[in-house]
Every structure is written in structure tokens, then in C-alpha cells.
Design a protein around this ligand. Structure first.
Ligand SMILES: C[S@@+](CC[C@H](N)C(=O)[O-])C[C@H]1O[C@@H](n2cnc3c(N)ncnc32)[C@H](O)[C@@H]1O
Length: 299
């Protein structure tokens, strides 16, 4: 189906759900990758329509107007002609049921850490009103903001090496009115001077080899947020090995290493980490305590 036929079909639609069905069928004929906020064409079509209704439930039940159809068509055309992720086209993304502003200076939020944060890290650790948390590589600040919303914490230092990412993170922190988050520009721990109950990170962990094979959509994201050397472990190793210095006694480190899990297990043979399971999908997230790290690295 070409865009003219799509326009015609959409103009005949009598409901929003019909719009979604028609767009889904159209997207299914195109070479697109879904992995930046949705994982299928139906969810993406729903997102297209709902975003143009400002997520207003009342509008969902009205017969689609030509104005809505034109907006939706524009978005579909942009998505299929550029392969740009919808989140960047719309400037919005969702994480832990919270809405974030995104632009191409930050990774589109999609970490399985959302599930853990929504469960306040239960049963793995308990944060209190006195807890201090460090997030390394905050990007849009989605993780720091979700922690601020769902968990107790006195302070969350949200760090990133990218000035542009931190500018966007600031907008999201203001949007969500989070008063316990401090943004820090830092190359890993270079500008970090506190000790924490929890250090959490979703660092870049895509190896140079894997990066070349990623679908077009990923190449709209900052390389700095995805790609790293040493088979995807360059930053992970440094976060892990230096974390003991920045963790309080009894503190924990949580890192997402995704597809680099096997590589990490081979490199740190016998390191007693726990790999977490997620009901809503995702893998390659480990938790390890300061004491476990001290034991491992002292022998
Ligand atoms: C995978 S993204 C994660 C963004 C966000 N936390 C999320 O989960 O959506 C990794 C982030 O690490 C940042 N980063 C890359 N190298 C870094 C470094 N050496 N020190 C601190 N942050 C770094 C990138 O700018 C990027 O924002």
C-alpha cells in the first residue's frame, strides 16, 4: 500500500481503533525495527494515534477528524521514510509509566530496570529516607526520576559525561518536579565524591562488532550511549572495579550489561553476582554487594 492509498483508507475510518488497525497493516509492509519504546507495529500505531489526541480518552471515542488523520499521516510518512524511532519524531518516551521528553542527545528509555524500580528494588534491597543513590550515565534521567518517584531516597546523584544529555535531563527533572536529584557532569567517577547505598547504571555496553549490525533505528541514538570497546565491557569493568570506593558498607551495585552478560561472566570468573529476572522481559542485569566485590577482588 502506498501513502495515497493509506490516506484514502484512513479517511474512511469510523473510529480511532480502526485508524490503528489500518496503520498497523501499513507499517507491517515496511522494513522497520521496533525496539525503542514498543516492540511491535500495533503498539507503535496506537502510540501514533494517541499522541495526536494528547492521550485524551474522550478523543479516542470520537470519529476521527481530517485534522487528526493529516497529523497521523505525517508521522507515519516520517517514520517509514527515515526509520527514525517514533520517540524521537514525537519527542516523547515512556519509562516506568512516566512520560519523558527525549531528543537525539539521549538514549530512548527502555531499560528493564523500570520493573525493579517500580517494585522499590524488592526483594533485593531497601532504600530509606536517608539513602543516597548514584546513577552513572543518566541520559534522559529516566532512571533517577523513576527512583525519585517510586522509592525512598534522600539524594540521587545523576551523572553523565555528556553535557547535552544533562541539559535534557534537567528538563525532565523539572517536568517531574523531583527535588532530591542532583545532576553531575562526570566521566564515570571522576567528579564523584560521596559514598552511596546504591550505585545503579545502564552504561553503554554494545561492542563495536555488534554496533555495526544494529538496525537503522539505533543509529539515530548517540553512539556515546550505546557503543564501547573491550567487547562491550570497557565502562562496565571500570564502574564495577571502582564501585567499592564509592559504596557505603552494606551498599549494592546494580548494572545492566545486556547482551554482554556472557562476556562479563567469563572475564570475572566466579564473581558472586545475582542475575535478575524480569516479568516484563529483559535480561543482563546484575546486583552485587560491596562486601561480595571486596571478597572477590581481595583474593
Ligand atoms: C545506555 S545510556 C543510558 C541512559 C539512561 N540511563 C537510560 O537508561 O535510558 C548510557 C549513558 O551513559 C553516558 N556515558 C557514556 N560514557 C560515559 C562516561 N564515561 N561517564 C559517564 N557517563 C557516560 C552516555 O552519555 C549515556 O547517556
Amino acid at each position: 500500500m502506498d501513502l495515497n492509498k493509506l490516506r484514502h483508507s484512513l479517511s474512511l475510518a469510523s473510529s480511532s481503533s480502526e485508524l490503528v488497525k489500518i496503520i498497523t497493516a501499513f507499517l507491517n509492509t515496511k522494513d522497520l525495527y521496533y525496539g525503542h519504546g514498543t516492540d511491535n507495529s500495533a503498539d507503535e500505531s496506537y502510540w501514533i494515534v494517541r499522541s495526536q489526541q494528547n492521550w485524551d480518552d474522550k478523543k479516542w471515542n470520537l470519529k476521527p477528524e481530517i485534522k487528526l488523520i493529516n497529523k497521523v499521516l505525517y508521522l507515519v510518512e516520517e517514520r517509514v521514510s527515515s526509520n527514525k524511532p517514533l520517540a524521537y519524531i514525537l519527542g516523547e518516551a515512556f519509562f516506568a509509566e512516566l512520560k519523558f521528553i527525549v531528543n537525539q542527545n539521549v538514549l530512548i528509555p527502555r531499560s528493564p530496570l523500570a520493573e525493579l524500580i517500580k517494585n522499590s528494588f524488592s526483594p533485593w534491597l531497601t532504600l530509606s529516607a536517608e539513602s543516597k543513590v548514584l546513577e552513572i550515565g543518566t541520559g534522559s534521567a529516566c532512571i533517577a526520576i523513576a527512583i525519585s518517584k517510586y522509592c525512598s531516597a534522600k539524594l540521587i546523584d545523576a551523572s553523565d559525561i555528556s553535557e547535552d544529555a544533562l541539559l535534557l535531563a534537567k528538563k525532565n527533572i523539572i517536568l517531574h518536579d523531583c527535588h532530591n536529584i542532583e545532576l553531575v557532569r562526570s566521566n564515570l567517577y571522576s567528579n564523584i565524591f560521596r559514598k552511596y547505598d546504591l550505585i545503579i547504571s545502564n552504561p553503554p555496553y554494545v561492542s563495536e562488532e555488534s554496533f555495526k549490525r544494529l538496525p537503522k533505528e539505533y543509529h539515530y541514538e548517540p553512539e556515546l550511549a550505546l557503543k564501547t570497546s573491550e567487547k562491550g565491557l570497557f565502562l562496565v569493568k571500570r564502574i564495577l572495579e571502582q564501585s567499592m570506593k564509592y559504596l557505603k558498607d552494606g551498599g549494592s551495585l546494580i548494572i545492566e550489561v545486556g547482551e554482554s552478560q556472557l562476556e562479563l561472566e567469563q572475564y570475572y570468573h566466579g564473581l558472586p553476582v545475582t542475575w535478575l529476572d524480569f516479568h516484563s522481559g529483559g535480561e543482563g542485569v546484575l546486583i552485587v554487594s560491596k562486601e561480595q566485590l571486596l571478597d572477590y577482588f581481595s583474593t
